[in-house]
Design a protein around this ligand. Structure first.
Ligand SMILES: Nc1nc2c(ncn2[C@@H]2O[C@H](COP(=O)(O)OP(=O)(O)OP(=O)(O)O)[C@@H](O)[C@H]2O)c(=O)[nH]1
Ligand SMILES: [Mg+2]
Length: 364
């Protein structure tokens, strides 16, 4: 018997299947869609919408800071009234809410720029690598009937309906004494932790027959991620070409259960159901993203996220200190403003004074 050359499985399997896949309805359109979303998102960045938003926050915070300083320094002998403080409080509260909303965006902008992490996980031989090849339409991963073929995490960049995606194939999850495979399983689990969307891949011929046991099976594939967080999960039941009609109907019925994650029955060999899978994936991406081309522009840089979070932290401290110690509270506004300044550019002391003398009749 001749030993197979490395990569032979992949090439042969892929060439045999390529024709079927290009015939799968809508598949090409979904995979090869222009990254319109990314392009228009970039245009929004370039037109400075995000910059304008941060500038606007910075100006409002500067005004709040100036007013509080005016109150601290001049309220006793000049015309600075008590209600200045309550106006500042309201403005700081509003800024906190706007910042929170901006930060609570599921890292949409960063994901749109760098790609959404979609991770394929499942038992050995379920067809994870086959699914990666089918969706990317190239023999990216080695496919073979030998369980434990994939040992490492393999990433492929895809474009699903305009959304950038980094799809990761992982080692099949099973107990092994082989140190290389063990390491592969460890890496697979780590990668699961980073996923925006988890794809639990199972062989449709081997899935448990009841809802409860199937649910437990999915949880074991996802290392309980399903219960621990609210991340999107798709259950893929592969190799449906091997199912006989009565079993197929049973599995189809099982898939409809609302207690299970969105399920998709498909065959990487015939291409049947792959288009549906991509559509489900696209819908999940849309769900995470909202409409990226409308509404407030999204955060795109981790550095900005850090400064905005720091700014929010300072504004929250302002609220905490406000009743006990006005000077400490004002200091927090200064810190918050400095954090915004790290994004929008520094503000000089004179600018604070300008606001004070513009808004109050001091020394006049
Ligand atoms: N009949 C049938 N066989 C399939 C299908 N998808 C994959 N296979 C076969 O199943 C075997 C395992 O496929 P892989 O894609 O390597 O499975 P895997 O989940 O990546 O396996 P590991 O890397 O070992 O974890 C190969 O022989 C594939 O040709 C399918 O839709 N139908
Ligand atoms: Mg594999």
């Amino acid at each position: 018997m001749r030993l197979a050359e490395p990569g032979e499985f992949t090439k042969r399997a892929f060439q045999n299947r390529k024709l079927d896949l290009t015939e799968a309805e809508g598949l090409g359109d979904l995979i090869h869609a222009e990254t319109e979303i990314q392009r228009r998102q970039a245009l929004r960045q370039m037109s400075g919408e995000l910059g304008q938003l941060y500038q606007q926050w910075s100006k409002r915070l500067l005004k709040a800071l100036a007013h509080i300083e005016a109150f601290i320094d001049f309220s006793e002998d000049e015309n600075v009234e008590e209600n200045v403080l309550s106006t500042v409080d309201i403005e700081v509260q509003k800024l906190q809410e706007e910042l929170k909303e901006h930060l609570r965006d599921n890292r949409r902008g960063e994901r749109l720029r760098d790609g959404f992490h979609v991770v394929l996980a499942g038992a050995t031989n379920a067809g994870k690598s086959s699914l990666l090849n089918v969706t990317s339409q190239k023999p990216a991963a080695i496919v073979s009937p030998i369980p434990g073929t994939t040992r490492d995490v393999l990433e492929t960049v895809l474009n699903i309906g305009g959304y950038p995606v980094i799809m990761s194939d992982t080692a099949g999850l099973r107990k092994s004494e082989d140190p290389v495979e063990k390491e592969g399983v460890k890496r697979a689990k780590e990668r699961l932790g980073d996923a925006d969307i988890l794809i639990a891949v199972a062989d449709a011929n081997e899935v448990p027959a009841t809802k409860a046991s199937l649910l437990a099976y999915i949880k074991s594939i996802l290392c309980s991620s399903l219960t621990e967080d609210n991340r999107e999960v798709i259950l893929v039941l592969n190799k449906c070409d091997l199912l006989h009609q009565p079993v197929l109907s049973k599995v189809q019925e099982l898939c409809k259960s609302s207690e299970l994650p969105t399920a998709c029955l498909l065959s990487c060999h015939t291409g049947k159901g792959v288009g549906d899978f991509l559509n489900i994936l696209k819908k999940k991406l849309e769900k995470i993203c909202g409409d990226p081309l409308n509404g407030a522009p999204s955060l795109t840089q981790t550095r900005h996220r850090m400064h905005l979070s720091n700014c929010l932290g300072a504004l929250e401290k302002y609220t905490a200190y406000r009743v006990q110690d006005l000077v400490l509270a004002a200091e927090e506004l200064r810190i918050g403003h400095k954090e915004l300044g790290a994004i929008t550019g520094r503000v000089r002391v004179e600018e604070i004074l300008d606001v004070i003398f513009r808004d109050f009749c001091i020394g006049k």
